[in-house]
Design a protein around this ligand. Structure first.
Ligand SMILES: [Zn+2]
Length: 151
């Protein structure tokens, strides 16, 4: 058996360039997939990620976040992570309940403080290093900042 047996020609949905892919199901199924799936060539994929990154950069800039520094690849990854982490913070914020108005005010200030630290973080590597941060981790940090503010 040669590799050729598993190689199928497909065309890019965006630019119509033909390229080869390897598929490992039955020949019949492979033909179906090669025909029906939305394929994108490497160049168009790259363009797509580039566009996605610049859109995320803009969105983050609009909410006061820094422009990231690092290699193109790192920045692209870091922007995605940053978007996910911001979602986690927002999720946490929306799901908190407070016994008193004063607790709520302290928490709001803690979130502001927390966000301002993140807004200043411009190293793509920092975001990548922190990609595993969970809602629970964030909650812990907010609690620590709240504690500081109460003093
Ligand atoms: Zn293409």
């Amino acid at each position: 058996m040669t590799d050729d047996m598993n190689t199928y020609e497909v065309s890019c949905r965006t630019c119509r360039t033909k390229f080869k892919v390897q598929l490992f199901d039955s020949h019949e199924k492979n033909l179906f997939v090669a025909d029906k799936k939305d394929w994108y060539c490497d160049q168009c994929k790259k363009e797509y990620f580039k566009k996605q990154t610049s859109q995320l950069s803009k969105t983050h800039k609009d909410i006061g976040f820094s422009e990231l520094e690092g290699t193109e690849k790192m920045i692209s990854w870091a922007e995605t992570i940053r978007a996910e982490l911001i979602n986690k913070v927002n999720y946490l914020k929306q799901n908190l309940t407070f016994a008193t108005e004063s607790d709520k005010n302290t928490s709001d200030r803690a979130f502001e403080e927390f966000f301002s630290r993140w807004q200043a973080e411009k190293n793509a590597k920092w975001w990548i290093d922190n990609r595993k941060m969970t809602v629970r981790d964030i909650s812990k940090q907010i609690a620590e900042i709240s504690e500081e503010l109460r003093k």
